[in-house]
Write a protein of this length. Sequence first.
Length: 386
Amino acid sequence: MSITKEIVPDKFWPALTYPLFYADALGSLTKQQLTNIRMNLDISNLSSLNKQGLVEKLSEKIPEHLWMITRTWDHERLKLAQKIAKNDGLWDKPLLELQQYEYFRERGILFPGILEGKRVVIMSAELVTLYKSGDFLQDHPIVSRNTEWIRLTHGLLYGYGVLTAEELERFVMSYSEHKQLPGDLMNILYEAWPYYERFLIEENGIVSDNRVVHSEALWIQRSQRHDLEFYPYTKQELLKIGEKDYVERNQHYMNLVRYVLEHYETDREDAELLVEECVDAAKTGDSLASIIEMAQDFIEMPSLESVAGFTDLLVPLMNNTKQWGIKGYAPMELSAKRAGTSMLLNSVSNQAVKADVIDFQTKKKIGRNDPCPCGSGKKYKKCCGQ
């Protein structure tokens, strides 16, 4: 006989009743959480109220203000809320990330808690009634537009690392057929940001991928490459790389995963995690030495031979990984682009757009006067380094 373990209520998962009315749902929250709801829904003239007064006023005001939030939603959030409303406001097997529970709760839409010893998510009875009357959570063409813009944003930031709000808006509009009013895109992104936590909107006007550590420094570094255009992603490429947990599993990626599996006692999940960390480090332009040092947190490389074996496959992965500092190009792509266009660059502009290519044999960055790794016999500066 199986025994089901009951979950004890805590601050994040308080005990709830069902059906759940706003008076009880909001009463289970702290005053700060109630204040967050008020601010997120832009409900004014309530800041002087005590907790009970705030509960009473929010119970009345939340349904009136939710349209401001839901008009910024994409399909994921809308379909989830619709699913719960259709089930009379109860979701007994919730599968969200912590910030997503908090997102819905701090907008007065869904409340995570404990019901009969189990974790559940409940929609207030007032919102379920609104949904069934046809006045809430209805499908609209704007949702498809929002979905596309959010996915394009995720893809653009995965590819380029950082963009100013103006650059981001210009890119998104160039790929989208949907029209926008002033502020539409940023309003949508401000609501998507706390739900997905895949990018950050900063006070200095920079929007960055959540893996970027020093966004302003990266933007300055990249902005110095005046003669280099951004890598020309297609719309379909951006929508693909904008998917959640996307990783470019190219041949070089797979080769390194297989090597780790064959030479170390690890499972595939951990092997892929290691290689994904290598890809992320390469995207930021980290050095070969620093990536090898990072890899030793995952696997032991006790000899020069083991380091060399790993490095033989790491180098081509790095050379073929798109980097934020060179506007979305991989070093080998940029070298091929320069060789193909046969541009004549002076020393200043050449410095501004160069990318570090690592020689497969020596594992060192290639100097301007070194033999080109393509095997042509010419110096790098006269061949792929032009």
